[in-house]
Design a protein around this ligand. Sequence first.
Ligand code: 5GP
Length: 200
Amino acid sequence: MTSSNIAGAGAAKAPAPVTVLAGPTAVGKGTVSAAIRERYPQIWLSVSATTRPPRPGEIDGVHYRFVSEDEFTRLVEADRMLEWATVHGRHRYGTPRGPVEDMITAGRPVLLEIDLDGARQVRRTMPEALFVFLAPPDWDALVARLVGRGTEDAEERERRLRTARVELAAEPEFDRTIVNDTVEQAADELAALMGVRDLT
Ligand code: 5GP
């Protein structure tokens, strides 16, 4: 029997080197990523570059790399972005390619927390990645989170809800779905899908 027969017979597959976590606006991707950062230091979480200004408490180089419009354009033109997108029609966000490639080479499990456009781009260039959709328990929970966060004005909220409806419909494009019932459970499920166990 060849090794491919063995794999075909259901032997455990090696986890994908790159996992992409996407999902609708305000579903809690950022919170789940933060829980991953805290509980699973073995997982390397990509630091996106963004043209949006920092929110209070956000640290440059940790939560995002905050860059100017010109710098973002330079990164894109130099082909240094694995993917990038304009999110909510406003700011640009992208995954710097170099660090991701370095971490793959180093054998670290890599996690990208990006929007749906970005996930589709990665699907084209890295089809071997694992694509995970983070879903809200239901639509009302999503709306409650979106409104409850209180960081956006009414127009921005409406824009985000429209985006969220479109994004929810994308679930079948993904390999796996995790329902974000609680942050800890979602983070644990994600780590398990990545073949990583809790060290604590
Ligand atoms: P926020 O501004 O609330 O931190 O993030 C807004 C959205 O940008 C989220 O949906 C988040 O997933 C997305 N995002 C963050 N980083 C990236 C990235 O590198 N690429 C793409 N395509 N989207 C990103």
